[in-house]
Design a protein around this ligand. Structure first.
Ligand code: GUN
Length: 289
């Protein structure tokens, strides 16, 4: 068997094309969707993500503001800026890029964002709504993964799903979405004993553990759908400097039924769903939804 590649780049592009008309309709009413992105510090990976988020907005006619602070900025300065953005009519979505420097209280910052502008879906109110099965904003990466299942014709009801990773950004919301879709869900992590015993039972494996090539072909059930959320930069060996996921893709191709590549898989979908959430926030504010 050779696994079908799930092309996240193509799906992202198709969805973004479809967003343009919704953005134009809002702009015609004087309600162009706007996203504010706050970056604290100069983490190189975060800088790239933030640039891609802002450019993704601009490419489909949205408004976007990038707000950058030095790593040693006082937390109150950021909280005050969030308070101003909460009442800014040009801004429908507010995103604080994570991780924040160590002197920040991450939950305090995330809770300061108005729930109706929390396009990351990280505010406790939005996490609670997702847990109850009535999501308002779905965190962008797992939302993108759900779109990929939809596009790949993967019916989740009754399936065995294993999520590797328990982060607030990916693992936990991914598990909630799979539960809501009727899957039987096991949440593992890098320290799970006999991880392969779990993954070998799984029809669906979502790897979001942050360890290069952590999932190998011998850990999979034949025909499994494998979603690779990892983005790791290899530091040594012949491929040093290249990006690699949490899955040994080449070694899984003969076993998996469908698999996402890195790059070009989940990555482009994350920003696409951020755009979707921001447009939806603007539509709600305009009374369209
Ligand atoms: N850092 C890594 N992924 C994300 C994300 O989806 N949102 C934010 N705000 N920070 C991140």
């Amino acid at each position: 068997m050779t696994a079908r590649m799930i092309d996240g780049k193509a799906l992202a592009e198709e969805l973004r094309q479809g967003f343009k008309a919704r953005v134009a309709a809002l702009a015609a009413k004087g309600k162009k969707p706007g996203l504010a992105v706050i970056l604290v510090g100069a983490d190189p990976a975060s800088e790239v993500y933030v640039r891609n988020k802002v450019n993704g907005c601009l490419a489909i006619g949205m408004h976007s503001e990038k707000i950058v602070y030095d790593a040693d900025v006082d937390q109150q300065v950021v909280l005050d800026r969030i308070a101003a953005l909460n009442t800014d009519p040009a801004i429908h979505g507010i995103l604080v890029q994570l991780p924040l420097p160590a002197h920040f209280d991450e939950s305090k910052v995330l809770e300061a964002i108005a729930a109706e502008k929390d396009v990351d879906g990280f505010h406790a109110e939005n996490v609670g709504a997702l847990a109850q099965g009535n999501p308002r904003f779905i965190p962008c990466t797992p939302y993108g993964v759900m779109k990929m299942f939809e596009q790949g014709g993967v019916d989740l009801a009754g399936k065995e799903a294993v999520v590797i990773g328990r982060s607030n950004i990916v693992g936990k919301p991914m598990a909630l979405l799979l539960i809501n879709a009727g899957a039987t869900v096991t949440v593992c992590n890098s320290r799970t004993r006999d991880l392969a015993a779990h993954t070998r039972r799984a029809d669906i494996v979502v790897a979001a553990v942050g360890k290069p090539k952590f999932v190998t072909g011998d850990m999979l059930k034949p025909g499994a759908v494998v979603i690779d959320v990892g983005i790791n930069r290899l530091l040594e060996g012949p491929d040093a400097g290249k990006l690699c996921g949490d899955v040994d893709t080449a070694g899984c191709l003969d076993v998996a039924g469908q698999i996402t590549p890195v790059p070009g898989g989940v990555g482009p979908m994350t920003i696409t769903m951020l755009l979707a959430n921001t447009i939806e926030a603007a539509e709600r504010e305009a009374g369209i939804r």
